[in-house]
Design a protein around this ligand. Structure first.
Ligand code: SF4
Length: 219
């Protein structure tokens, strides 16, 4: 069994299921994935609540707003002008599918990924978060926590590009879509609480697999 599978099992038994991604509808999950770029979930959630308060968390309603009108409503999520542009671009694209997640479900993952990545201000992490968490495609979401933890563990050099890191997970992590969902959430949890910028290796549940742990003296 590849070490990635062992690490996943250990993180899951240590932290338990993380119940990601928060959101009552597929549209809410999608907008949440865009708003959560580079900010804490708490700030993204405030923007979601504000859109809900204005009764705009439905694609047909939100698409009636220009990016300049969306921006002030999502201020708490940071980078709000760029995120408003991203939301407006997503909605223009989604209109081609009649704002229907059912229609999106009929499109192959690779094609959807290409189309999402062609949109302005939608990067790999956001596109893959939409594919995994909204559309339940078996695809691994890579973020800064993933790169940091697995570089310290010794499975990455730290120089790999997004698709290289994703390929490693696709090649060696044998989980279901549900496990892909959970693994990413657990990585975020571990990266925030333990393998932070300053790692707390004394509290780490996966230290046995980590060559870069701060408790092993360098000879
Ligand atoms: S042992 Fe330390 S460096 Fe390695 S994964 Fe755990 S917290 Fe991170």
């Amino acid at each position: 069994m590849h070490i990635l599978n062992k690490i996943y099992q250990q993180l899951l038994s240590h932290y338990g299921p993380q119940h990601w991604w928060p959101g009552e509808t597929q549209f809410e999950v999608t907008i949440g994935a865009i708003l959560a770029q580079n900010v804490s979930w708490t700030n993204a959630a405030k923007a979601i609540e504000n859109l809900k308060k204005h009764n705009l968390l439905q694609p047909q309603k939100l698409s009636g707003k220009k990016a300049e009108e969306i921006a002030p409503l999502i201020k708490s999520s940071g980078y709000y002008n760029q995120k408003a542009d991203a939301i407006a671009a997503f909605l223009r694209w989604f209109e081609r599918y009649d704002y229907s997640f059912e229609l999106l479900q009929k499109v192959p993952t690779e094609r959807l990924r290409e189309e999402l990545l062609a949109l302005p201000r939608i990067g790999h992490e956001t596109a893959d978060s939409i594919l995994l968490y909204t559309l339940e495609r078996r695809i691994f979401v890579v973020d800064a926590y993933t790169k940091r933890i697995f570089t310290r563990i010794g499975l990455l050099t730290g120089k790999e590009k997004y698709n290289d890191v994703q390929h490693m997970f696709h090649a060696h992590f044998a989980g279901t879509t549900r496990d892909y969902n959970e693994f990413h959430a657990l990585i975020v949890k571990h990266g925030k609480d333990v393998c932070a910028k300053k790692p707390r290796c004394g509290r780490c549940c996966i230290i046995r697999w980590c060559v870069g742990n701060a408790l092993t003296p360098i000879l």
